[in-house]
Every structure is written in structure tokens, then in C-alpha cells.
Design a protein around this ligand. Structure first.
Ligand code: ARG
Length: 580
């Protein structure tokens, strides 16, 4: 019994993954050695309309090779092709259109998902390789911005996606806990602050001092000298400066943890910038030994002309260390600690130059592994078309956004489903999930406007819509109240609405691979929308619970959709309540 079960798993697994491969193989046999399998695979398209099949191969690229018209080539390929395993293969103009065998596809996809459950879509692409992911990384004593939220949720989702295909992600919160701004903060605190105020509302008040500092130093430039002095003290380990710094760090971190708890996100490391204080000398020494440091107006820089980049500043004229110096030490530390196969930095696109310089300096030092460093950039979030900035104190406070989102979700649940159990938990899942989903559904480089009401809507391309679709599937399964027979031979649904759902289900593993390759959680978010839409169309057209021979297959479809939606939402870091 057990062996038969295992065998089934293996066979169905292979078949599902290989539907496109089946097309490639058939084409390869018909075309011959003139075109390699990779080129064929790249050429294969998914037709816009299902009348044109499930896959199509345009033959234009063969015209030169065979010195024939593409139409003629398409016909000849169809004449030669092994049609086994396809419903039909047709030439239409210059295209060879492949129609998959719906019955076997349907059975294979559903059996695979029901048998594999949460491991559907798993792969071993990463072979356990370490991938440190620098993510979130807010600055101590400043509010976490929407930009940090983007970094947090994109990084978390990438970690989930990479883990699913066999990498070992390491989530690092590279806290901004060092730098000249701490000099400013100490000056501000000592001039305008009090312990009681800071304790009452740490980040708000610390940020107030910082904002005020930047207002007042316009007319009182001597403030800047004081701030430099305090930062120097801090770098030299002055007890008062250290004490204040530690305290600011601790209370800020405990506020950040609040947000991480709400998001359900954990980190493997909180080694921030300060951790590298005693590791920078070695970097500077190495740069010196390799004759890479140049003097420029009293500061020390690495010339990067040959990379077409402006020089990277390593040490300021007053001897203070820099963001760049700490990042160099951190990059080297991560290589030595994790021997990574890739090292990711999920940071806004406005820091693109910084990461280009970081990689270039490492390359100059002879560290070829710098090629495996990737800046995972993302665009800005605007509000009413305006950029959000912490400096001016004009910032959307993240906790406020999440709280408001939960309230909006609560109101909708109250209106739709007032008798729902654990309403509070569901409202949290929906409200927070909505913000996270919205953030992830856009291509990460796109800038987008943030309008909370739209984000938390239950209709449209939103997280709640996908969650609601899963809850609908769950409710059907509860009503049916039967065990699905997943080994049944008749898990074959062939109506057009079911077919769209089945194809979306079959595409899940490929969506995961693509999301990982492009570092784009949006591929998964868009995938969930596609699957949810297809399923809702199916739902509108079919009497799922009607007792007839197809019922088991229909329920298998519903169950598979729910499992895949839950799994995909989990990759995004979004919970999927079973009722809402
Ligand atoms: N703290 C920085 C900021 O808020 C982001 C740090 C990104 N990580 C890094 N290794 N540089 O802008």
C-alpha cells in the first residue's frame, strides 16, 4: 500500500512539472538537431485564447535554417510530431498549437496537489546554499517608514520563496544603529528632551529632537559641531555617550518588535551597523595594503572611475567611519560567516549607487564573490503623489497604518458576517494581510500610491479578495463534509471554467521558480489573483455540491485551490483565515 502510494506521488509529480517539457520534447524530435531544446523552450508561448491551444510554438526562427516559409514549416512539424499525450496538435499560420490532454492533465494536477499538500511546488534548486537577506533595517530613534515596511515584507517573502526551492535564507536586520546622526540625537536630547518624555513615547519623541535639530541647525551651525563632537565621543567609547546610545537602541528596538509581531515576521540576526565597529580597521588596512585608498579633500576614498562610478568614501576628514565602511565590513563578515551562494540587500532604489560602489570596491579588493551580491531594489510609496520623508517629520507612521487597516477590515466583517467566530483575529489577518499583499502585488521597482480604503477592499485585486476566495473554498468543503478520494481515477474535469483553474494550479511550481529567479514576490501575488479569479468563475458556473459522478472531482478541485492559495499566501507572509 505504502509503496503504491509513493509510486503514485513520483509519477504524478513528474508529469505535472513536465507538461511544457512534453511540448519541448515533441518539438525537438520533429525538428531535429538544428535547434536545441533550450531555444525551443524559450520560444514556446502561452496563447491568449484557449482556442489556440495551451502552448504555441512560432516557427519564424526556423525559416532561415530550413529556407522555407514559416507556414510550411509549421505544417511539416505537425506532420512529423508524435501526438501521443496531446488532445491534438495543429498548425495555424506560422504557429504549431498544442492542446494538452485534458483528462490526464486534470487527474495529474489534482492528485499531485492532494498527495503533496504543502510540499507541492517544493524544489531543490538551492541545494541548501546560504542566502543572507539584509532586510527591514530601520534606523534607531526614527519611525519605521513605509519604505522599511516594503523592505521587511519583500525580504520576508523572498526568504519564504527561496526556502521553498531549497535555499537556506538568513534574515538579517541590519539596524541603522550607528552613524553621525547619533551625535545629532544626543545633542537634541540633551537640549530639548527628558527621560520621562522618551519613556512615554520613545520613537516619536526621539524623532522630534532629530527633526528639531535639523530645523535649528540652519541658523545655528554650531549645533553641527557639537553633534560631530558627540559622535566622536561615541566612537571613542565615552561612557555617557554609550549609555544614551544603548538606551535609544533598546527602546527603539522594542517598538520595532511590536510591528514585527503584528506582521508575524522574525529575524535570524539583529547585527546592525554598530556590530561592525571593531571590524572596519581590518577593511581599511586591507584597502591600504592593496593601494586602493586615495586622499580627497582630507577624506579617504576608493577611486571607481573604471566602473563609471563616483568615488566611494571610506573615511571622513575627521576620521569618522561611514555607512559604506560598515557595509564593506558587513559584506566580508557575511561571506566569512555564511559562505553564501547569494547575498541579498532589500533596500530602496535610491541607494542603488551605494550598492554599486560597495560591489565595485569589493571587486577592486579581489573579492570575486561580490558578483553574488544583489541589491534587491524597490520603488517609493507615495501618498497623494508626494514622497514620504522622515527628515521633515512627514511620515506615515506604520503602526497607525496597520491599526487603521485592521479597523477597516473589522467594519467590513461586521457588515458581512456579524456572527463570525474569532472576529478579532480574522480582522487582524485581513487588515494586516491587505497591507502586505498590496505592497507585494506591485512589481517591486514600481512606485505606487497608498490608499488604505482601496487596499482593504474585499473586491478587486486585493489580499482580502484572495483570502475571501480561500474562505469560500473552505466553506464549500465544510458543507460537503466528505473525505475526498484523491486516488480516484475520475479526477477529470474538462469544462472550460475548470480547465482555467487546473492550468493555474499546474503553473504554481513555475511561478515559484520565476519569483525566485527575478526576486519578485509580485509573481506569487499576481499568481494568487489569477487562481482566485479562475476559481470564482468556476464557482459561478458550477453546481459544485450537486450529487453526481463528478462531485468528487469538483471537490478535489476546490480542495486543491484552497491548499495552493493558502500555500501561496504563506509565501507572501499573509495569513489565510478559513472563515471571514
Ligand atoms: N538603515 C538604512 C536606511 O534606513 C538601510 C540599511 C540597508 N542595509 C545595508 N546593509 N546598507 O536607509
Amino acid at each position: 500500500m505504502k509503496e503504491a502510494f509513493l509510486l503514485l506521488t513520483v509519477i504524478t509529480e513528474e508529469k505535472t512539472m513536465e507538461f511544457k517539457q512534453q511540448v519541448v520534447t515533441a518539438l525537438q524530435q520533429a525538428i531535429g538537431a538544428q535547434l536545441d531544446a533550450r531555444t525551443i523552450a524559450k520560444g514556446i508561448e502561452i496563447p491568449k485564447s484557449s482556442d489556440l491551444g495551451d502552448y504555441a510554438f512560432p516557427t519564424f526562427m526556423l525559416a532561415k535554417i530550413f529556407h522555407k516559409a514559416p507556414q510550411k514549416i509549421a505544417e511539416e512539424i505537425v506532420g512529423k510530431i508524435d501526438q501521443q499525450g496531446f488532445e491534438k496538435v495543429q498548425a495555424v499560420g506560422a504557429y504549431v498549437n498544442f492542446f494538452l490532454d485534458k483528462q490526464s492533465f486534470s487527474r495529474d494536477v489534482l492528485q499531485t496537489i492532494l498527495v503533496k499538500g504543502d510540499s507541492y511546488g517544493n524544489a531543490n534548486t538551492g541545494h541548501g546554499g546560504n542566502v543572507p537577506i539584509d532586510m527591514s533595517s530601520p534606523n534607531i530613534a526614527k519611525p519605521m517608514s513605509m519604505g522599511h515596511l516594503r523592505s521587511t515584507v519583500i525580504g520576508n517573502s523572498l526568504a519564504n520563496i527561496l526556502r521553498k526551492i531549497g535555499y537556506n535564507p538568513i534574515k538579517i536586520n541590519h539596524l541603522g544603529d550607528w552613524g553621525t546622526q547619533f551625535g545629532k540625537l544626543i545633542v537634541g536630547y540633551k537640549k530639548w528632551g527628558s527621560e520621562a518624555d522618551v519613556k512615554a513615547d520613545p520613537i516619536t519623541n526621539l524623532n522630534k529632537y532629530y527633526v528639531r535639530f535639523h530645523k535649528e541647525d540652519v541658523e545655528h551651525p554650531e549645533l553641527d559641531d557639537e553633534a560631530r563632537e558627540w559622535f566622536k565621543k561615541l566612537e571613542n567609547g565615552d561612557p555617557e555617550a554609550m549609555h544614551l546610545w544603548k538606551w535609544f537602541r533598546e527602546i527603539s528596538l522594542s517598538e520595532f518588535s511590536h510591528i514585527y509581531d503584528v506582521l508575524g515576521i522574525e529575524f535570524d540576526s539583529y547585527k546592525g551597523e554598530a556590530f561592525y565597529n571593531d571590524k572596519m580597521d581590518a577593511v581599511i588596512q586591507e584597502l591600504e595594503e592593496k593601494h586602493l585608498l586615495e586622499e580627497s579633500q582630507g577624506a579617504e576614498v576608493v577611486n571607481l572611475d573604471s566602473y563609471n562610478l563616483s568615488p566611494a568614501m571610506i573615511r571622513k576628514s575627521d576620521g569618522a567611519s561611514l555607512y559604506m565602511t560598515r557595509d564593506l565590513a558587513a559584506a566580508i563578515y557575511r561571506m566569512n560567516t555564511y559562505n553564501f551562494v547569494q547575498s541579498l540587500y532589500v533596500v530602496g532604489n535610491e541607494q542603488a549607487l551605494h550598492f554599486d560602489q560597495l560591489k565595485a570596491v569589493l571587486k577592486e579588493m579581489g573579492d570575486d564573490w561580490a558578483d553574488n551580491i544583489h541589491h534587491i531594489a524597490f520603488g517609493l510609496i507615495t501618498s497623494g503623489g508626494k514622497k514620504l520623508s522622515t527628515r521633515k517629520g512627514n511620515v506615515i507612521l506604520l503602526e497607525g497604518v496597520l491599526k487603521d487597516a485592521v479597523l477597516l477590515a473589522q467594519a467590513q466583517i461586521e457588515a458581512k458576517n456579524p456572527t463570525l467566530k474569532n472576529k478579532d483575529q480574522v480582522a487582524k489577518d485581513v487588515g494586516v494581510g491587505a497591507v502586505v499583499f498590496h505592497d507585494l502585488k506591485n512589481d517591486r521597482m514600481d512606485s505606487f500610491d497608498f490608499n488604505l480604503e482601496e487596499v482593504v477592499r474585499f473586491e478587486g485585486e486585493t489580499g482580502p479578495y484572495v483570502q475571501y476566495t480561500n474562505a469560500r473554498a473552505q466553506s464549500i468543503l465544510r458543507k460537503a463534509a466528505v473525505e475526498i478520494d484523491r486516488d480516484a481515477d475520475d479526477l477529470t474535469l474538462t469544462d472550460p471554467e475548470a480547465w482555467n483553474v487546473l492550468k493555474a494550479l499546474g503553473d504554481y511550481p513555475a511561478a515559484i521558480e520565476r519569483a525566485a529567479k527575478e526576486y519578485e514576490p509580485s509573481v506569487i501575488a499576481k499568481y494568487t489573483l489569477r487562481l482566485a479569479k479562475a476559481f470564482n468563475q468556476y464557482y459561478a458556473h458550477s453546481k459544485i455540491l450537486e450529487a453526481n459522478a463528478e462531485r468528487n472531482a469538483r471537490l478535489a478541485l476546490v480542495d486543491s485551490v484552497s491548499r495552493v492559495l493558502q500555500n501561496a499566501l504563506a509565501l507572501l507572509g499573509v495569513n489565510a483565515p478559513s472563515e471571514m
